[in-house]
Design a protein around this ligand. Structure first.
Ligand code: NDP
Length: 420
C-alpha cells in the first residue's frame, strides 16, 4: 500500500494526478495539496467514482518548510511528488529529509527572487566557473546528495519529458544501441496551435525566463554560450512537418555531461513560431519579462507576474489546441566499431490528450512521466539512495510504463541529422 503526497494542482499536476488514479494498484492513496485548495477539491470531485485510489486534499504553502513538514507528519506519505514550481524544490526537499520521505520533481531549482544577494553570490561564481548563465542549475539540489544517501532516501530530479524522458532515451541508447555516444541533439517540437496570438504551454513565468535567456551547449569538454535564439535552423519532424528550431540552454544537458562523461557534444533545440517570438521580443523590450518589482500607483508589482495574470492559463488551452508534439533525441556514435546514428522520439496529439484528461499535450507529456517516475520509486525499481536524475536509472521499466500510460516511443535507425 502506498500513500503519496502530490504538491501542486496546475496543468502538469492535474494530468499526473489523473494518471496516478489510472494506476490505483500502485497509487493506493493520494493527497493533493496546493496553495489554492479549491483547485485540489475541484479535481478530487471530478475523480470521484472513477478510480479506486483514495483521494484527499489539503492546503499548503510550500514556500514554507514547516507547513510541508506538518502536512507530511499528518498524512504520512511514502513519497512526495513536487509538481508545484521550481521555486519550492529546496523547501520540499528539506521537509522530506526532516521527515524521512522519498522525493521527486519535474524541474530543477531556481529562485523566485533572483535579487537575493546570497543566491546571487553563488550564481555569479557558477557563471564564471562553468560558463553558462541560466538562472537554474543542478548544484543546489546535488548539494543534498550525501544527506539523502545517509538517510537511505531517494530524490528523483526532473521526471517530466525534458528533462526526464529525454534522459531515459539517452540511457536507453547507451544501454541498447551504442558502445560510444559521440553527439546528442535533443529536439523538442510543439506543432500545436491554440489560436491565440500569444500564450505559453506551461507556467508562463518559468517558460519565458527559460526561453529569453542566452542559449548554451556542451562541446569538447566545455560550455559554449550564445545570445538567445542566435543558433537556429529547420527540421522536418515526423507527424508534424518542417519547423524552425532554436538552440536553448536546457537543464538535462548539465546532468548528461556528468553521467555520459565521454560525450563530445550535447545540444537542445526547441521549435517556436514567428508570432511567439515577435510577442516575446516585444514584451522583453518593454520590460514585461523582468522579475524585479516596479512601483505602480503606490504598489510594487513584478512585471512577469503581472504578465502571467494577463495571459491565458496554460491549463485552459486544452480544448483549443490542435496538432502534435514530437520530442526526442538524435544520437551519433559507434557500435561494434561502426559509425551509427539513431533517433528515438514520442509523438503526442493535443486533441487526444484533451479527450483523455482535458489537457493539452505539453502538460500531458510532463504529467505522464511524473507519474511513471513516481511509479518507479514506489515499486522499488529505482531505489538507489541519494539525489539522482533519470539517466542514472535503468530506462527499460520506465519506457515500458510510459508506453503503457500514453507515451510510446518510435525509433528511426537512419535519421536526418540537425544542420545549423
Ligand atoms: P502551473 O503554474 O500550472 O501550476 C503550478 C501549481 O503549483 C499550481 O497549482 C500552484 O498553485 C502551485 N503552487 C505554486 N506555488 C506554490 C506554493 N508556494 N505552495 C504550494 N503550491 C504552489 O505550472 P505547471 O503545471 O505548468 O508546471 C508545474 C511544474 O512542471 C513546473 O515546475 C514546471 O517547470 C515543470 N515542467 C516541467 C516540464 C518537463 O518536461 N520536465 C515541462 C513543463 C513544466 P496556485 O494555483 O495557487 O497558483
Amino acid at each position: 500500500m502506498n500513500r503519496v503526497l502530490i504538491i501542486g494542482c496546475g496543468g502538469v499536476a492535474s494530468v499526473a494526478i489523473q494518471k496516478c488514479c489510472q494506476a490505483s494498484h500502485v497509487f493506493t492513496e493520494i493527497c493533493i495539496a496546493s496553495r489554492t485548495k479549491s483547485k485540489c477539491d475541484e479535481l478530487a470531485a471530478k475523480l470521484e467514482g472513477k478510480t479506486s485510489t483514495i483521494v484527499t486534499t489539503a492546503q499548503v504553502d510550500a514556500d514554507h518548510q514547516d507547513q510541508v513538514e506538518a502536512l507530511i507528519r499528518s498524512y504520512k506519505p511514502n513519497l512526495v511528488m513536487n509538481i508545484a514550481l521550481p521555486y519550492q524544490d529546496l523547501t520540499i526537499m528539506d521537509a522530506c529529509l526532516a521527515c524521512g520521505v522519498n522525493y521527486m520533481d519535474t524541474a530543477n531549482y531556481e529562485p523566485e527572487d533572483t535579487d537575493d544577494p546570497a543566491w546571487r553570490a553563488v550564481y555569479e561564481k557558477r557563471c564564471r566557473e562553468l560558463g553558462f548563465s541560466a538562472l537554474f542549475d543542478y548544484s543546489w539540489q546535488w548539494a543534498y546528495r550525501e544527506r539523502f544517501q545517509e538517510k537511505g532516501l531517494t530524490a528523483l530530479l526532473g521526471s517530466g519529458f525534458d528533462p526526464g524522458v529525454t534522459q531515459a532515451y539517452c540511457a536507453y541508447a547507451k544501454k541498447h544501441h551504442f558502445d560510444v555516444i559521440d553527439t546528442i541533439d535533443i529536439l523538442d517540437c510543439n506543432g500545436g496551435d491554440h489560436g491565440y496570438p500569444f500564450a505559453t504551454n506551461f507556467n508562463p513565468e518559468v517558460n519565458l525566463r527559460e526561453v529569453s535567456s542566452p542559449g548554451s551547449y556542451w562541446e569538447n569538454g566545455r560550455w559554449i554560450e550564445i545570445p538567445a535564439m542566435s543558433i537556429h535552423g529547420k527540421y522536418d519532424f515526423d507527424g508534424v512537418g518542417e519547423k524552425d528550431i532554436y538552440l536553448l540552454h536546457h537543464e538535462e544537458i548539465e546532468s548528461l555531461v556528468e553521467n555520459i562523461p565521454d560525450i563530445r557534444r550535447i545540444r537542445f533545440f526547441m521549435t517556436f513560431g514567428q508570432s511567439y517570438l515577435t510577442h516575446m521580443h516585444s514584451l522583453e523590450n518593454v520590460g514585461m519579462l523582468s522579475t524585479e518589482p516596479v512601483m505602480f500607483e503606490g504598489h510594487p508589482i513584478v512585471p512577469i507576474k503581472f504578465l502571467k495574470a494577463l495571459l491565458p492559463d496554460p491549463a485552459s488551452l486544452g480544448s483549443r489546441t490542435h496538432g502534435k508534439t514530437n520530442i526526442g533525441c538524435i544520437f551519433t556514435g559507434k557500435k561494434d566499431g561502426k559509425e551509427k546514428r539513431y533517433y528515438i522520439y514520442n509523438i503526442c496529439d493535443h486533441q487526444e490528450c484533451y479527450r483523455e484528461v482535458r489537457s493539452q499535450a505539453i502538460s500531458y507529456t510532463t504529467g505522464v512521466p511524473a507519474m511513471c517516475g513516481a511509479m518507479m520509486l514506489l515499486t522499488g525499481k529505482w531505489n538507489t539512495p541519494g539525489v539522482h536524475t533519470v539517466e542514472e536509472f535503468d530506462p527499460d521499466p520506465y519506457l515500458e510504463a510510459l508506453s503503457q500510460y500514453g507515451l510510446p516511443y518510435t525509433e528511426n535507425f537512419d535519421p536526418i541529422l540537425v544542420e545549423v
